[in-house]
Ligand binder design. Structure first.
Ligand SMILES: Cc1cc2nc3c(=O)[nH]c(=O)nc-3n(C[C@H](O)[C@H](O)[C@H](O)COP(=O)(O)OP(=O)(O)OC[C@H]3O[C@@H](n4cnc5c(N)ncnc54)[C@H](O)[C@@H]3O)c2cc1C
Length: 424
């Protein structure tokens, strides 16, 4: 991969801090839209903690995707990208996706494809523009310094510092919770994120330590149901018990209102249907493996004949409800993510990806839109009215989210150009 030599203390026009699916999606969207000239005017620097850019955390999860293989193929085959990804078409993992395009692929395969995509797009950008790529580099701090951002990071065993006019900070999410708050719940408490990443050799002995494990899962969204799928794969014991404690019932995704009605699913036409796509629970609904699992839980009370019993308990205060039950052996916390990464401005971003302080003031040139920061739905992107969460997903980063954030960037940038044009 060709890229410019790293020069400490240099000034760049753009810093991409963390290069998982969110910032990879942004770079691909910028290529598609022809926005790279602006982004790379004084060079782009990528600062990524992992040894390879692009895959982020997705490839670490031991579950299948919540999108079909065809969705990832659409990103590779997108005609608007010309032949950018032509060299990936013969890769075994891409061929595997083509063979099984109507099923949800393993996220390990998706992670590999995202790393391949990153390799190709960075090499293509480097052929035309000045781009510096640092891997095994950990961003440690980001501070506004006049009309720039000062970014401190650790690289090659040394502390370094660069300046960037704009920074896109997408370092993934963290499920942070205080173990003391969860002590009454269970003897052992872990996040769904950890559970979904744990190799089976590590997770199995933890579960085997209990004759008939009783497990509480706090949360009822995609991460919670993915955790239950994983646990049910490893616990073959009808006397084991998993209890879901959530604020909202298990919500299911459907391609259309007609499909939801055919399945006898109760939904609200006004609040749960996306006005742009007609999909039911487009952003909040459980898809594919999680959808099937939720249907089995609601109908059979378990995922398979030999799986643990699963109960669903919905209340305004799930932790209080769970803690008032007899103590569980294991508690799984699946209550959403906040933004991870270097300390700096609180990453409070809106539908435009611009970071704001708690009073709503925009940090000029600072953007964040990945897992844990996330964009809120907007008129342009659509989504069901009842959705209260943040948007994420590989397809969205390359398409709608990439567009929304780059629109903000270009607007911010052209405003600045007008200002520069005034005579002194
Ligand atoms: C369980 C689960 C399943 C999901 N399944 C899907 C799915 O099937 N399909 C889909 O489209 N989306 C899925 N998502 C959403 C998914 O998380 C996002 O699409 C994607 O992983 C988020 O990308 P990101 O770049 O924001 O974060 P991440 O994927 O976490 O990437 C962040 C990157 O930042 C780097 N980094 C972290 N800290 C630093 C630092 N200090 N300095 C430098 N670099 C740093 C990390 O090494 C990493 O490469 C899922 C999410 C979860 C939680």
């Amino acid at each position: 991969m060709k890229s410019t030599q790293f020069i400490a203390s240099r000034h760049y026009s753009t810093a991409l801090i963390g290069f998982g699916p969110a910032n990879l999606g942004l770079l691909i969207a910028a290529w598609r839209r022809g926005d790279l000239k602006e982004l790379a005017r004084d060079g782009i620097i990528i600062i990524e903690q992992a040894t390879e850019p692009g895959g982020g955390s997705l490839g670490d999860y031991k579950i299948t995707a919540n999108s079909l293989a065809s969705v990832f193929l659409e990103c590779i085959d997108d005609k608007r990208l010309g032949d950018l990804f032509a060299e990936l078409k013969d890769k075994p993992e891409v061929q595997l996706l083509r063979k099984e395009s109507t099923s949800a692929p393993f996220l390990a395969t998706v992670g590999k494809i995202l790393r391949d995509m990153a390799h190709v797009v960075i090499a293509a950008v480097a052929r035309h523009y000045d781009i510096t790529v640092l891997t095994s580099a950990e961003a440690r701090d980001i501070q506004q310094d006049g009309n720039h951002y000062a970014i401190s990071f650790r690289y090659n065993g040394k502390d370094h510092y660069v300046q960037a006019k704009s920074a896109f900070v997408n370092c993934g999410g963290i499920q942070s919770f205080s173990p003391a708050d969860y002590a009454p719940l269970a003897g052992q408490v872990l996040s769904s994120d950890r559970l979904l990443r744990m190799p089976a050799e590590e997770l199995q002995p933890l579960l085997n330590a209990y004759p008939h494990p009783r497990i509480a899962v706090i949360g009822s969204s995609h991460s919670a149901v993915s955790a239950i799928i994983r646990l049910s794969e490893l616990i073959s014991d009808r006397d084991a018990e998993i209890a879901i404690y959530g604020r909202s019932p298990l919500r299911l995704f459907f391609e259309s209102a007609a499909a939801a009605r055919r399945a006898d699913y109760q939904f609200n036409d006004e609040d749960d249907v996306c006005p742009l796509s007609g999909r039911v629970n487009r952003f909040s609904g459980l898809r594919y493996a999680s959808h099937q699992a939720a249907v089995s839980i609601l109908r059979e009370g378990r995922l398979g004949p030999h799986s643990p019993a699963v109960t669903v308990n919905i209340s305004p205060s799930p932790l209080t409800s769970a803690s008032s039950a007899p103590a569980f052996d294991i508690g799984i916390i699946a209550t959403g993510f906040s933004a991870k990464g270097p300390p700096g401005p609180e990453r409070n971003s809106h539908a435009d990806g611009r970071v704001r302080d708690n009073n709503g003031r925009v940090y000029q040139g600072l953007y964040s839109f990945g897992l844990g920061s996330g964009l809120t739905p907007s008129f342009k992107i659509g989504g069901e009215k009842s959705f209260r969460g943040k948007l994420d997903g590989v397809w969205l980063y390359i398409n709608d989210i990439g567009d929304a954030v780059l629109d903000s960037y270009i607007k911010d940038h052209s405003l600045e150009k007008v200002a520069e044009g005034f005579p002194q």
